[in-house]
Design a protein around this ligand. Structure first.
Ligand code: ADP
Length: 263
């Protein structure tokens, strides 16, 4: 008699089924709304303002599907491509400047003319660089910062901070004064489509894949995603990179970075 343990295979199969069901569900909702509007526009005489309003709603639904498909493609690229090498150097100054611009834009978009705008604090560029895939790291970092902006209410604070660790590694932390996350949810963050607050996620354009992408990118770089949170107080999401991925800046760049920090 030959016996074989197929637990892992069965688990993988169940995961695949869940994933397909989740993707279909995520796409079906905006598609149903979109189809409904198309039908309305085809069958009812509409005034110009009504037409404009429906088209705007349709555009929002198709944008949602586009974001979802982009995130899915990014995840599948991450799974299928070789691990990032240690020869490509990532300019953290440029990367952080891009993420900061994006986050400030998003914050203004979500809180237009708010009497209590969010306060965003970004450290000066760190005096070290990382090796790895720049585009992947940009997605990972911007997901964490954009989440902090999306989930933190008006008047809240978001702090973005790089530090060198005693073992020679590096850590990026994004701390917010948002709603926080109850302890039972924390271990499941990073699972595809796992959301704590479904409606807030959808309202602010979330796909439920951001942290899955971020966790994947961290692991591909030999690092990890850490989450600590207190309900009602806020959260800290951190990316930790191991020493082989961290290099001091070349002398000239280090001087520029020191000047930027002093300014
Ligand atoms: P989404 O697109 O839904 O934001 P993510 O994978 O980026 O998906 O995040 C998963 C879930 O984790 C979110 O739906 C939200 O409930 C929770 N979450 C993520 N970041 C924060 C945060 N900074 N504060 C509170 N909850 C958060």
């Amino acid at each position: 008699m030959l016996s074989r343990d197929i637990t892992a295979l069965a688990q993988a199969d169940a995961m695949r089924r869940d994933f397909v069901a989740n993707v279909s569900h995520e796409i079906r909702t905006p598609l149903t709304v979109l189809a409904g509007f198309v039908e309305t526009m085809q069958s009812l005489p509409l005034t110009e303002p009504e037409r404009a309003k429906y088209l705007e709603l349709m555009a929002a639904q198709s944008a949602r599907m586009q974001t979802l498909v982009n995130d899915l493609l990014l995840l599948s690229r991450l799974e299928g491509s070789p691990l990032p090498g240690v020869n490509e150097v990532v300019d953290l100054g440029a990367l952080m400047a891009q993420c900061e611009n994006e986050a400030r834009g998003l914050s203004e978009l979500l809180h237009p003319d708010d009497a209590r705008p969010q306060r965003l604090y970004f450290d000066a560029p760190p005096p070290f660089e990382l090796t790895g895939a720049a585009s992947e790291l940009r997605s990972a970092v911007s997901n964490l910062i954009n989440n902090a902006v999306r989930y933190t209410p008006a008047g809240g604070t978001i702090d973005v901070h790089w530090e060198r660790l005693p073992d020679g590694g590096a850590r990026l932390s994004v701390t917010d004064t948002g709603p926080g996350i109850a302890p039972e949810h924390v271990p499941r963050l990073g699972e595809r489509f796992y959301r704590v607050d479904r409606s807030r996620s959808r309202e602010s354009g979330g796909t439920g894949l951001g942290l899955a992408i971020t966790k994947h990118v961290a692991q591909r770089h030999g690092g990890e995603l850490q989450v600590s949170s207190q309900l009602g107080k806020g959260s800290t999401f951190a990316l930790v990179f191991p020493p082989p991925r961290v290099r001091p800046l070349p002398a000239g760049a280090a001087a520029v970075s020191a000047l930027a920090a002093a300014a």
